[in-house]
Design a protein around this ligand. Structure first.
Ligand code: SF4
Length: 411
């Protein structure tokens, strides 16, 4: 073990004894136990892993984990299926790749979502670098509180999570906006990070910890943080395929086979991989000719969208200890049918948003709201409900995957 990992191992003794604790955002230094072992979440700097880093992560995921990497809604990368005994080797590998923070406290504070299409020298890059270098100036905050730097010509992250946000405003300048507030206050590029840190201190001092998140914190903002500027009109999501910075790949359900991802990086000549919160990777400086689907078994997400369907699925078995069902296999089968128009909905739901949610259990990690078709694992079978969330009253219970397909008219 390297000196770095030895020091980190000392700091993690308490965690090692109880890796099952929930309620925080797991990192590499504070992993979380899941169905097939530890989940280690890596937080990229500037939404970016270098080529060496991403290849190292993929190699480590194959050697010590389940051979998969997950993208999270906060634009982090997860390696899962890691036996506790392999954790020190993974920390060594990640430490040598420059992926670890000095300690778990700093790692926990680096909840920083960055617009992934920044370019060198722009406001997003400069502000993200500044904030990342000043994390020790932040107060203690609830574990899930996060920051957003979205200072390109038009904001891209308006629909993505973050409590304290620096965004492009409607008049072209920068604004600081608290989550849950429609409008923000104008800030200069030089003063933006100072103001964000000051707002975080106000949150802590005004009882924000009890609310947990800015969006639930009802205290009136300090006068200096009250503004009347809206964010600028949102930029469109990145389209899969060629991009001025490289090549955008979509990962259905946000998961990639680590070997396939490494192959795509090498074959494309990518210099880095940028991580988005939208189940997409941007392969920086990639040559054309890269498949935008890293998993060839997955239904073409463009075809699915063209057919008007969205499919969500959690990790399910064997990756999550709560699940006895293979959620993604069923979700892929349903996605293929939906893309081809081969799925039947009850007449009462003809106008409902066409969303399929396959959940390994009633917790419903993959989607918070109701879905037109909701399948929830219970034991080794599925419960089928319409226009429902996992755990709500079901239409039919205890179905095998084949029985689900039959009920939905998939042949
Ligand atoms: S919904 Fe249940 S089975 Fe799926 S990832 Fe969450 S806890 Fe695991």
């Amino acid at each position: 073990m390297t000196d770095n990992a030895t020091a980190l191992a000392g700091a993690r003794v308490g965690t090692m004894a109880a890796p099952r604790v929930q309620g925080w955002c797991p990192g590499a230094l504070r992993p979380m136990m899941s169905g097939d072992g530890l989940v280690l979440r890596l937080r990229p700097r500037l939404a970016r892993f270098t080529r060496d880093q991403i290849l190292g992560i993929c190699a480590a995921a194959r050697r010590h984990g389940a051979g998969l990497v997950d993208l999270t809604s906060r634009a982090n990368l997860q390696v899962r299926g890691v036996p506790e005994a392999a954790w020190p080797q993974l920390l060594d590998a990640f430490g040598e790749l420059g992926l670890l923070d000095a300690d778990a406290r700093l790692e926990g504070r680096r909840n920083l979502l960055v617009a992934p299409d920044w370019v060198a020298g722009d406001d997003t890059e400069r502000l993200a670098v500044e904030l990342a270098g000043r994390l020790d100036e932040l107060p203690d905050l609830p574990a899930k509180v996060g920051f957003v730097i979205d200072a390109g010509d038009a904001p891209r992250l308006l629909g993505d999570p973050g409590d304290f946000r620096i965004e492009r405003g409607e008049q072209g300048g920068l604004i600081l906006r608290a989550a849950g507030r429609v409008q923000g206050v104008e800030v200069t590029a030089d003063a933006a990070v100072d103001a964000l840190i000051a707002l975080a201190h106000w949150f802590a001092a005004s009882g924000g910890a009890a609310a947990g998140r800015m969006v639930r914190h009802r205290a009136p903002l300090p006068a200096w943080a009250c503004g009347a500027l809206l964010p600028a009109a949102a930029a469109a999501r990145l389209a899969p395929g060629a991009h001025p910075l490289g090549w955008v790949c979509s990962l259905p359900f946000g998961q990639a086979d680590a070997a396939a991802l490494a192959d795509a990086v090498v074959a494309s000549g990518a210099k880095a991989v940028r991580i988005t919160p939208w189940r997409q990777l941007l392969l920086e400086a990639a040559r054309s000719g890269v498949s935008h689907k890293l998993d060839s078994a997955c239904t073409d997400s463009d075809a699915l969208a063209a057919a008007g369907w969205q499919v969500e699925a959690c990790a399910g078995a064997p990756y999550c200890v709560q699940a006895g069902v293979d959620t993604r296999a069923l979700a892929l089968r349903l996605a293929a049918a939906a893309a081809q128009g081969g799925l039947s909905l009850p007449a009462a739901l003809a106008d409902a948003p066409r969303l399929i949610h396959v959940s390994g259990c009633a917790k419903g990690c993959a989607h918070a709201g109701p879905a037109a078709i909701c399948l929830t694992g219970r034991g080794t079978a599925f419960d089928l409900a319409f226009d429902a969330r996992p755990g709500e009253p079901v239409h039919a219970a205890g179905l095998s995957p084949a029985a689900v397909l039959e009920r939905l008219g998939v042949h």
